[in-house]
Design a protein around this ligand. Structure first.
Ligand SMILES: [Zn+2]
Length: 117
């Protein structure tokens, strides 16, 4: 399975004076195949709320590598009764049983890592 473009990702503002769009690009020298990872370009900015929402979307996309890394870092860091065991801090299932089917943390990791297209 392919991995996403290495992070960190950064936001760049639009290229034109009246252009309020954003692009998200990798800021890593390890990014060899893809540098520009996403764009948030409006057809037209309707109002300030639209502009702020667009900026919030760009921030969320740019934070994706950091968010995924944080989720994976804590995935099995929950306290468990047995000293040699760990559990998921979200669903509280021990690692040897895997996540509960409705675990939010596991769902978020799966959504980010997905399956090959
Ligand atoms: Zn879980």
């Amino acid at each position: 399975m392919s991995k996403p473009t290495p992070g960190p990702w950064k936001i760049s503002h639009g290229g034109f004076g009246t252009d309020d769009g954003f692009s998200i690009a990798s800021n890593s020298i390890e990014a060899k195949n893809v540098k520009q990872v996403a764009e948030c370009w409006p057809c037209a900015i309707v109002n300030d709320d639209h502009r702020r929402e667009l900026a919030a979307n760009a921030r969320l996309i740019a934070a994706a590598p950091q968010l995924l890394a944080a989720l994976k870092a804590v995935e099995w860091e929950g306290w468990a009764p047995r000293e040699d065991d760990y559990c998921c801090p979200s669903c509280r299932n021990p690692k040897y049983t895997k996540h509960h089917p409705n675990c939010q943390l596991h769902a978020a990791i799966r959504a980010a890592e997905g399956t090959e297209l």
